[in-house]
Write a protein that binds this ligand. Structure first.
Ligand code: SAH
Length: 241
């Protein structure tokens, strides 16, 4: 794979991998929406597309809308062979989650906050977007595998819990399904790589766990992302064996 796009939400999540790749900032690319960084690795072009900072609130643009915009711009202008949604995520003690573990998406990516009880739209709401088959890569690189589920909330409410237990998801984030949606619409292979910062069913508040573990998890993410890039680069588009 000669062109790999990595879509990330928070600059703190991206910082270790930008350093490790000696990535350089690109200018002039939709600056109100994304911040692009590019690097070369084993003669492949790597794009790190950061979702940028909100113009009004000044915080990192987390969540589905910036992720979808960023992915669209990345595919339209960079023409990647594969898109990786990389970042931090929540897990569950009940699903065997451990802080610092890195998961690759398996099976599909779903939404857990789009409940549409109308014929045909129920499935549209959940999404179940395809992901690259990555079990062999996961076994080789020591990654966990699981369904990633997305909503625009850091916490989970009772309705979320019902959809999450129905999907059997192991990883909870705020961007993957949006990135996967754009990838499916534009016929680009997709995978998510997520490092666990917090366990949503743990007694310590999710936001406190997130803040305590963000730096460590981002370093773990960077290490594993480099290994994933090195796995993907020599392979053909669509060949994950
Ligand atoms: N207080 C933080 C907010 C980060 S929100 C700040 O502004 O610094 C959490 C980000 O990490 C999102 O981009 C999301 O994809 C991921 N994430 C980590 N833990 C999560 C969880 N438990 N649920 C959903 N997303 C989570």
């Amino acid at each position: 794979m000669k062109r790999i796009a990595v879509v990330m939400a928070m600059s703190a999540e991206a910082s270790p991998v930008l350093t490790a790749l000696s990535a350089e900032a690109a200018t002039g690319v939709a600056p109100l929406v994304v911040r692009w960084f590019t690097a070369t690795r084993h003669r492949s072009e790597i794009l790190i597309a950061l979702n940028g900072r909100d113009r009004r609130f000044g915080v990192d643009s987390i969540g589905t809308e910036p992720a979808a915009l960023s992915t669209y711009v990345a595919i339209d202008r960079f023409r990647p062979d594969v898109v990786i949604s990389a970042g931090t995520a929540g897990g569950w003690e009940r699903a065997g989650g451990v802080i610092g573990d890195v998961y690759v998406s398996d099976g599909c990516v779903v939404h857990h906050d789009r409940r549409i009880a109308i014929e045909g739209f129920r499935e549209y709401g959940i999404g179940a977007y395809p992901v690259l088959p990555a079990r062999q890569m996961a076994a080789t690189l020591g990654l966990k595998t699981g369904i990633v589920t997305t909503s625009n909330s850091l916490d989970e409410n009772d309705d979320d819990r019902l959809l999450i237990s129905a999907s059997g998801a192991a990883v909870k984030d705020m961007e993957a399904a949006a990135v996967a949606y754009v990838c499916e619409q534009m016929s680009v292979p997709f995978m998510a790589l997520k490092a666990i910062t917090d366990l949503v069913d743990h007694p310590i508040a999710t936001a406190d766990q997130f803040n305590a573990n963000l730096s460590m998890a981002s370093k773990r993410l960077s290490e594993k992302l480099l290994e994933v890039l090195d796995w993907l680069i020599p392979r053909e588009r669509g060949d994950m064996s």
